[in-house]
Design a protein around this ligand. Sequence first.
Ligand code: FE2
Length: 305
Amino acid sequence: MSEDINVPSTENFYNNTVLSLPLANWSGSPDLPMSAVNALETGKVIFLPNLSFSLSREELQLLDPAIVDPKRKNISYQPLKKRIAGVATKEHESAISALLERHHQACLQLIKAIFPEYQQTLHTPTNSLRLHPVAQWTNNTSWRKDDRRLHVDAFPSRPNYGERILRIFTNINPGTENRSWRVGETFPTLAQKFLPRLKSYSPFLSKLQNSVGITKSLRSHYDHLMLQLHDAMKADADYQKNGPQIAIEFPPGSSWACFSDGTPHAAMGGQFMLEQTFLLPVNAMQDPKHAPLKILESLMNKPLI
Ligand SMILES: [Fe+2]
């Protein structure tokens, strides 16, 4: 479904979708023009074209898809628990843990530099080392898991009750391969478009899903709508092809960040990436009205959690 997608690269759409910052190191620079929080909260991708994450010669040896557990998509690391998951071979675990710990520390520095407003409130960090080529994992997956389709992130088994999903990405491809994304329209227009066709919420079904272990806690009305939205976007071939969107290329040695629950995105190509996820309470936002929770509540005219 990739060759005939209509991706207009208009300058206006790009400027409304991307904020580029000239940062070249993770602890920031004194001449940074602004905090990026407002742009982030209104759905922009913060692009850091000069922010690379250097790997040692030994770490470069870890860029091998054979190191990932075949049952997992990625290797993930929980820095607060020092817990690593998804490594196929025991002998690589400590080197990968050290790499992801160093990456996590760099991301904390970056938060301090460009999103200082969130320093005290971001929580539950998890980062991942993504070694498979995008083309490979999407060929083997169902449409619902196909992240080449535009979507907003929603966790099927871990309801998050409106908390924001902040993600920081770095292309660590040792060659020249870009990470290629498509990025879509803003959340308010997206939600208005899709809300009328989302299935209604059943508290009974949520309780049932929780009791049999499909979810780790009760799926709220909000979480139900976000999952429905994720699925409805991916299932809509016309929206995928003709919906408002631009293509963005992230070259090796660049980083970028967005609220992935509010910024429609699709990964179209690339291999070797580091990613850091944090959660942020809605009330810790500079302007909570930009949260998908608040936007959906205002469109539905009722509380959703
Ligand atoms: Fe995603």
